[in-house]
Design a protein around this ligand. Sequence first.
Ligand SMILES: NC(=O)c1ccc[n+]([C@@H]2O[C@H](COP(=O)([O-])OP(=O)(O)OC[C@H]3O[C@@H](n4cnc5c(N)ncnc54)[C@H](O)[C@@H]3O)[C@@H](O)[C@H]2O)c1
Length: 388
Amino acid sequence: MAGADKVLSQFTQTVKEEKKTSGKRLKVGIIGTGWIAEAHIQSYKNMPDVDVVAAADLIPGKAEAFMEEYGVSGVRFYPSHKEMLDNEELDAVSVCTYNRTHAECTIYALEKGVNVLLEKPMTVTLDEAVAIMKAEKKSGKVLSIGFQPRGDANMQYIKRIVESGALGKIYYIQTGGGRRRGIPNSTFIEDKTAGVGALGDIGCYSLDMVLNAIGYPKPLTVSGYLSNYFGTNPLYQRPDRFHTAEENAKRFNVDDFAAAFIRLEGDIILDFRIAWAMHLDTPGDTVILGTKGALRIPSTECWNGTIGGAMTLYSDVAGEQAEQVLPILEDHGPDLFDRKIRSFLDAVINHTPAPVPSSQILYNQAIIDGIAKSAKLGREVEIEIPEI
Ligand SMILES: NC(=O)c1ccc[n+]([C@@H]2O[C@H](COP(=O)([O-])OP(=O)(O)OC[C@H]3O[C@@H](n4cnc5c(N)ncnc54)[C@H](O)[C@@H]3O)[C@@H](O)[C@H]2O)c1
């Protein structure tokens, strides 16, 4: 299977975006031409009003080979985001770099007056997320964060259920999930590039699934735990093109498991755990407990775009305990990456708010940052979010 197919095969929707025209052609650049940039370029190619005119990558020749593979011509190439943004007049960029360079690329683009679609997780630290938001505010440009599962009909159904009031006042959420075996390699396993492991890679999606549903209340305190017993053990590592399993185990210096107990504004508890590897199929379903009802979302690889199975709504009906299995919604819309890119472009064209605003994802990042800090200190920490 070709690289890009591998990326896109994770998502269930296959129908392409309807061809819309805005009347304006947008000049787009891609910063970082690695794995996820494959999904971006394929979606940009589906957009009739986009010209991808520039690409940058730190690895010499990588961006050139990438554009050749995707049959995109007329692209100018640069050795980093800086040269690209200094020399191009762009309407928008996709920041598809590893996490450690998200902040510098995004801030530089915003300072140059360029709209940004930034891949998840927003950053590694809360301070970086705050710095990005300050640059965003100053620039007045659109910044959207790349959580494509937001476009999925079943994910949206979770939010609609909460908003319908069927659960009443929500007071407890358990979420997370993970994989029995599923440690990525490449740039994901080293602190100098990824900065954060399973917690940032897939944990950010689990957090977004529930926090978006309940309206992103502010996180207040967190008691977090991180470990990496699997990633650092050659038994659970895989070789890649450049490294043996032993070498990857030595390189591994991020988390492969995270757990946390988080207090949110509104007297809500969030109980969270995520794993790239563990001796268990799942640490449990996602559950949302409310005063009128509860929702069970079967343990889900929500980062792949949708829920893992039919949800169940528990409530009392006429004084009797009842369970209702909710339908899994069929979603025949465009591919999730096409939706993510189209919704970003439409916000740029129409000067409307970002589809996935930084003001929400700031709280997602604050939790990730809080878990890392708490794990290091071995105690609960208060989450302090500066004014932006
Ligand atoms: N939305 C999704 O479904 C999804 C899936 C996978 C990865 N991601 C995210 O996408 C990001 C990239 O992941 P990946 O797997 O493509 O990583 P990758 O390592 O394959 O690619 C990143 C590329 O960015 C380049 N780069 C880094 N800093 C740069 C800079 N300043 N200027 C130019 N190029 C630079 C690197 O040389 C590398 O080629 C990560 O943040 C990851 O979390 C998102």
